[in-house]
Ligand binder design. Structure first.
Ligand code: G1P
Length: 298
């Protein structure tokens, strides 16, 4: 029997410089896709996969994330008084239960590997999920749930992957694929942000991991890697000498909300998937795209 994954870590300390000035005073994780903050999508995905402890690694100016995952009594009683029961139910549904959230601070922006290491005492000696909230997904079964299914079979460490255009590999961690089917194959190597000519494949690490606690030991010894930062990919490569890594080519579609195009595309895709607004929004999009060539000529 594999050890159950109860805890998920959400690194949310990043400065969000690609979204300035929007992120000057507001965390990038609170930017909205339709009407939900980006971080909520990752938390919902974790809860669907059975996670019971939500650990956020935050930094300065991120206090509003903590507030978002708390009750707001004034708002709740106003909604109640106005009979807005659906909105009230939804607010309560989105919230982890009392005692299920923990927050720690990274203090210095030393890289993703360092952010994860900051969660070591909150995670303890248990396997845990790691979700990078910039990546959100449209998938019939949540991506972390798909990974949990693979984990039940294989145990060890699991990484969600997807194919990208070979020219895009230098923005991501890349894995080398060994034996096995799409829903659970052996990973034989990995490298962070390689040049296209050095990449072992075009399979990117999609920001979802299930990791064994031994990763913390390796992270505590980790030196800087790509971009002058402490990288989780480098620590995982070392852990590969001791433990098995399985890749899951998940079913679904990803949106990299860390980039402007990914973020805007996510807004369009999730709006078109919302029964309450999709029809009207589609009509607006049609009008805009029909008008587009005219306004360019003008
Ligand atoms: C991080 C990881 C990278 C992964 C990517 C997914 O990079 O280091 O391996 O592919 O997230 O979004 P970052 O986007 O933080 O540069």
């Amino acid at each position: 029997m594999v050890r159950r994954v109860r805890t998920a870590v959400f690194p949310v300390a990043g400065l969000g410089t690609r979204f300035l000035p929007a992120t000057k005073a507001m965390p990038k994780e609170m930017l909205t896709v339709v009407d939900r903050p980006v971080i909520q999508y990752a938390v919902d995905e974790a809860r669907e996969a059975g996670i019971e402890h939500f650990v956020f690694v935050t930094g300065r100016n991120k206090g509003v994330i903590e507030d978002h995952f708390d009750r707001q009594f004034e708002l709740e009683s106003t909604l109640e008084a106005r009979g807005k029961t659906k909105a009230l139910e939804e607010l309560r549904r989105d919230l982890p239960r009392a005692g299920q959230t923990s927050f720690t601070r990274q203090q210095e922006p030393l890289g993703l590997g360092h952010a994860v290491w900051c969660a070591r005492d909150l995670v303890g000696r248990e396997p845990f999920a790691l979700l990078l909230p910039d990546m959100i997904f449209q998938a019939k079964t949540g991506v972390l749930k798909q990974m949990m299914d693979a984990y039940e079979e294989t145990g060890g460490n699991i990484i969600a992957v997807e194919e990208v255009d070979p020219q895009a590999v230098s923005s991501y961690g890349i894995v080398a694929r060994g034996e096995g089917p799409d829903h659970g194959f052996s990973i034989t190597g990995m490298v962070e942000k390689p040049k296209p000519e050095d990449a072992p494949s075009n399979l990117i690490i999609s920001g979802r991991y299930i990791l064994q606690p031994e990763i913390f030991m390796l992270l505590s010894e980790q030196t800087v890697g790509a971009g002058g930062e402490i990288q989780i990919t480098d620590a995982m490569r070392h852990l590969m000498d001791l433990q098995h890594f399985t890749g899951v080519k998940y079913s679904g579609r990803s949106f990299d909300c860390g980039s402007k195009i990914g973020f805007l595309t996510a807004n369009v895709a999730f709006a078109l998937d919302r029964p309450d607004i999709s029809e009207d929004f589609m009509a607006e999009l049609r009008t805009m795209t029909e008008e587009l060539p005219i306004s360019i000529e003008a």
